[in-house]
Structures are given as C-alpha cells and as structure tokens.
Design a protein around this ligand. Structure first.
Ligand code: NAI
Length: 307
C-alpha cells in the first residue's frame, strides 16, 4: 500500500518550523497541496514574522509541490476562518487539518503569571478549537475530512512546570472526543498525536546525544497516516517518537458497585479504595453515553438479583 494525498488539500498550523514543517513536507511529498500556517513568533509566543511560513512554502515548491502561506494566529477565530479561506480560495477545497501550532511558558503553577496561563491556553486549546471549527464546514461539504490534534505527554502523564501547557494539551483529548461524535456522519475522522521530537521546543531539554534519535520525520509518519484515507479510526491518541508508536487511552477500572441499601460515605470509599483503583479488567468507553449504559446495566442487574 502506498499512501498518497493527490487531490487533497491540507492546512498545517505552526508549519514554519519543527514538527509542523516536517508534517507539511510529509504530506506535500505524497501529493497534498498544503497551506503552511505560521505566525512566526518566538517559542514563548512573542513577535511575528512571515519568513517561517514563506521558507516552508518555498521548500515545498522547490520539490515540485504546491503550497500557500498563511500568517494568522491560530488563537484568532477570524484568523482561523482566513486560514480555511486560503485553502478553499487557492486550492478549491479542504480535506486535512493538522493542529500543530504551539508555544511554551513554563513555570510552576504557584509562581505562574495568569497572563502566561492564558497565552498558552489560547494558542493550544482555543487555537485548535477555532481552526477545527473553521475547517469543519469545508470538510462536511465533501463528506470527507481528517483532523489531527497535538497533545503532549506533559498533559497526558504530567510534567513539572507545565500546568498551563499540560492542561491545554490534555484538553485536546476532550476536544477530540466530542468532535469525533459530532463529525462522524460526515466521514470526518479526528485523532490526536502525542509527539516527542528534537525541535527548538526541546533542544534545551533533551540531552544532546538523544536529539538525533528524535527526528520529527518519525512523528510525521504517524501524522501522515492519521491524515490518510487508509486511517478509518477516529478518536485515537497515538504517541509517536524515535520510532516508538503506541496507542494511549483513557481507561476506567471495572469499578465497584456499592450496596445502595447501605450508607455510602467517605468510609465506604476508603474501605473499597483498593478495588476501586484496581485496573485489572479495565475498559475504555466509546462515549459518555456508553459509560452510563454500563453503569445502568450493572446496577439494574444487581437490583434484579437482590429482588
Ligand atoms: P516549534 O516551536 O518548533 O514549532 C511551533 C510552531 O508553531 C512555530 O513555528 C511557531 O511559530 C508556531 N506558532 C506558535 N504560535 C502560533 C500561533 N498562535 N499561530 C500560528 N502559529 C504559531 O515546536 P514543535 O516542537 O515543532 O511543536 C509542535 C507541536 O508539538 C506543538 O503543539 C507542541 O506543543 C507539540 N509537542 C512537541 C513536542 C516535542 O517534543 N517537540 C512534545 C509534545 C508536544
């Protein structure tokens, strides 16, 4: 099987450097027309410049591909609309959106300036929501779409000094879970990548000898797959780095059904804590409704038994 994107039009946000650039090149290499979005600011989200996006557009054109630049901030709802208009006006349609743009403003929460919490949340969470919101109508029109969100192991698993970033990144999972359900009937699949790669974001964090192992291209391979027709899954979180590719899932323990004919209080929870948190027999749920169905079914079965 050779995955191709001929005739497909993609937007990659934050595609002027690092992972976004690599994603844009990976799609263009396989035939996609790409809108290269980048605000061109610093790692902490200050300043702006058109040069980052322009350079990647030039790279794609130099390899015989088609690309157009957009310099809007993803955190600007009107900018997100302009980004989609760039795709539709220039290339006639929109099939793929990779929400990748990101900034960092690390500090432990107790010492964090609220402005730094807001700035990071705006780019990652609002930015991904605004771009996805703007892209959906264009995708719905074609009954096809592939959307990728970018989370982080900081949000999924925790990391010191990144409360703003971790919270906004974990929010990608919630955004995905809801959009997956809302967009399913239009053939739109939405998945989330949890990358690790050597970029300006990590060059001072990763040990120097590890940097060559973490090529952005390895992450882009998984992202390109998630953007393809071959990918029929929706709602997956895929961790990808250094050749490691794995699925991450929010799981629920089998749980304990407490006797509702007896008092349920903090002491009951304490007595059952080990069973409540025992993850053997854990399961994931397809939706909030599926979890509720499980709880109702199990409860009804218990009631019937005790009747
Ligand atoms: P990077 O700093 O090289 O690239 C981010 C790009 O986003 C930059 O070109 C920047 O100009 C652009 N950008 C920032 N704010 C923007 C805005 N408001 N609108 C449009 N463009 C904007 O960083 P990297 O590493 O390539 O990160 C890409 C994504 O992957 C980010 O979402 C990041 O949080 C995420 N990530 C990266 C990891 C890594 O190991 N590099 C680990 C986990 C997540």
């Amino acid at each position: 099987m050779t995955i191709r994107f001929d005739g497909r039009v993609a937007i990659v946000t934050g595609a002027g450097s690092g992972l976004g650039r690599s994603h844009a090149l990976a799609l263009a290499e396989r035939g996609a027309k790409v809108v290269v979005n980048d605000l061109g600011g610093s790692l902490n989200g200050q300043g702006q410049s058109s040069s980052a996006a322009d350079a990647v557009v030039a790279e794609i054109k130099a390899m015989g591909g088609e690309a157009a630049a957009n310099y809007d901030s993803v955190a600007d709802a009107a900018g997100a609309e302009r980004m989609v208009a760039t795709a539709v006006d220039t290339f006639g349609r929109l099939d793929i959106l990779i929400n990748n743009a990101g900034i960092l403003r690390d500090k432990s929460l107790a010492k964090m300036d609220p402005a730094d919490f807001e700035a990071v949340t705006k780019v990652h969470l609002y930015g991904s929501a605004y771009c996805t919101r703007a892209a959906l109508p264009a995708m719905q029109k074609n009954n096809f779409g592939r959307i990728v969100l970018t989370t982080s192991n900081s949000g999924l698993f925790g990391n010191f000094g990144q409360a703003n970033y971790g919270a906004a990144k974990a929010a990608m999972v919630g955004l995905m879970n809801v959009v997956r359900i809302e967009a399913a009937k239009y053939g739109i699949k939405i998945n989330t990548i949890a990358p690790m790669a050597a970029t300006r974001m990590t060059e001072n964090v990763m040990p120097a000898d590890m940097l060559p192992l973490f090529k952005p291209e390895y992450v882009s391979a998984a992202v390109a797959y998630l953007c393809s027709e071959a990918c029929e899954d929706s709602g997956q979180i895929i961790s990808a780095s250094a050749g490691y590719v794995a699925r991450v899932q929010v799981m629920s323990s089998a749980g304990v059904f407490l006797d509702t004919n007896k008092p349920i209080n903090a002491d009951t929870i304490a007595q059952n804590w080990a069973s409540i948190t025992d993850m053997s027999g854990c399961q994931g749920f397809e939706s909030a409704g599926a979890e509720m169905e499980y709880i109702v079914q199990q409860t009804m079965a218990r009631l019937k038994k005790s009747a």
